[in-house]
Design a protein. Structure first.
Length: 98
């Protein structure tokens, strides 16, 4: 069963900032980043439990080609994306997002 996905407003900013950074360097890289984000969101929506627990009731989905991961919370009907985070920068900056 596919769950409804909602982005925390700050998570949308995270994704937009990352895509903009890649776009400044290469439109193709930015497109690949967004494709990977879409692919992971589809997987999370379909089967959130395939991703390992990360922190309390949170899970993490790691990008294949980029140094990013998605932090999310899921229940039986919904997924809330809390962050699209760079793996090497500002650890746990998203921790206060609910």
């Amino acid at each position: 069963m596919q769950r409804s996905v909602r982005f925390h407003p700050a998570a949308l900013r995270d994704a937009d900032e990352a895509a903009a950074w890649y776009a400044e360097r290469s439109v193709r890289a930015a497109a690949r980043f967004l494709d990977e984000l879409d692919r992971l969101i589809d997987l999370i929506s379909d089967s959130p439990n395939r991703f390992p627990p990360f922190d309390a009731d949170l899970r993490r989905a790691v990008f294949r080609r980029f140094p990013f991961y998605i932090v999310f919370r899921a229940d039986e009907l919904n997924v809330v994306v809390l962050a699209v985070a760079h793996g090497k920068r500002r650890p746990r900056f998203w921790h206060n997002r609910t």
